[in-house]
Design a protein around this ligand. Sequence first.
Ligand SMILES: Cc1ncc(COP(=O)(O)O)c(C=O)c1O
Length: 380
Amino acid sequence: MLTNVLEKQLKELKQIHRYRERVILPKDIVDFSSNDYLGLKDNPYTKEKLCKKISNLSLGSGASQLVSGYTEIQKELETFLANFKETEDCLVVGSGYLANTGLVQALTTEEDIIFSDELNHASIIDGIRLSKAKKVIYKHNDINDLEDKLKKNPSKRLSFIITDGVFSMEGDIANVKDIIFLAEKYGAVVIMDDAHSTGILGEGKGTLFHFCLKPSENIIQMGTLSKAVGSYGAFICGSKVLIEYLINKMRTAIFSTALSPVQNFISLENLKLLIREPERRKDVLEKSKYVAQKLKDIGYNIHFFGTPILSLILGEDKKALDLREKLLKEGIFIQAIRPPTVPEGTARLRITLSFNHTKNQIEKLIKTFDNLYREVISHE
Ligand SMILES: Cc1ncc(COP(=O)(O)O)c(C=O)c1O
């Protein structure tokens, strides 16, 4: 019975080109889809340090952080992140998905209102679904629309403005200066998802610092350790009281096993490394700018927003899938991103650059896009 129902749905997904499969990339394929922007996930320095340290580290945490899974190394990582983000305190949790869903649900009640950018990440959307607060979606990065909606929707208790710092599928940067101005004007709290800004913007410290803004009691900086940091896990940085409250109320921290000390050790070492080697950040942004300009020169409609993410919008799902396959035949992997990850009619290739990409690999990418251009536009 179950198999029949599921098979029918899978068949439907295939018919509309929305079927998804996991791939294990062969070693000779160049990956232009990873979020490993700074090339840290395979760095030999942390690997060597880990080898030396491993006999003193537990392989698992053994329990939730509220039971007995909280460890010295997690405390050290939290202290490091609080200093890095210039906040009073920090809470490390299992993943960015757990951080956003747990944070939004824990902070909000039915008396609150959440203002959320229409292109925010799925984990924020799911956090809002779990929350009892009223939700108001504003147009992507549109400050006038946000202000209009803030004016029309006063809250009985708290208002929250939630935004990705760097939008994961567009690669553009949230207009945080104006968002914070509005938050102060209308008495709202800002939650910023720095998943793609951590390690990249504002000397690696995130979106707030990119705009030369200072953290405050009413700004919550969330971020992940799985992207530029090249590890796994996530953090929430803010005031002491905020973290104390989350430890007591955040279900995804309370009812989920703490990260392994091994993982936290990797996060800590990679964070130190990205601070020590600012050239990684500079290099990846130069590469992203260069590729965007070259693809633009060829005729592609692509923008560099000052991040390692370049979004080539193709429209139809099939078009994105076809181009992915053509690139794969040339030894290049760029994943096709389709709805519901992106809005209907905006299927795309999301190209991401890394410090680890060589000059040859980048030139090959550009040449391949050049060769494919006629085929891509002839389908428009
Ligand atoms: C903006 C944003 N927030 C949150 C997440 C979730 O982070 P994680 O992969 O650590 O669960 C991601 C990544 O997938 C993301 O792009």
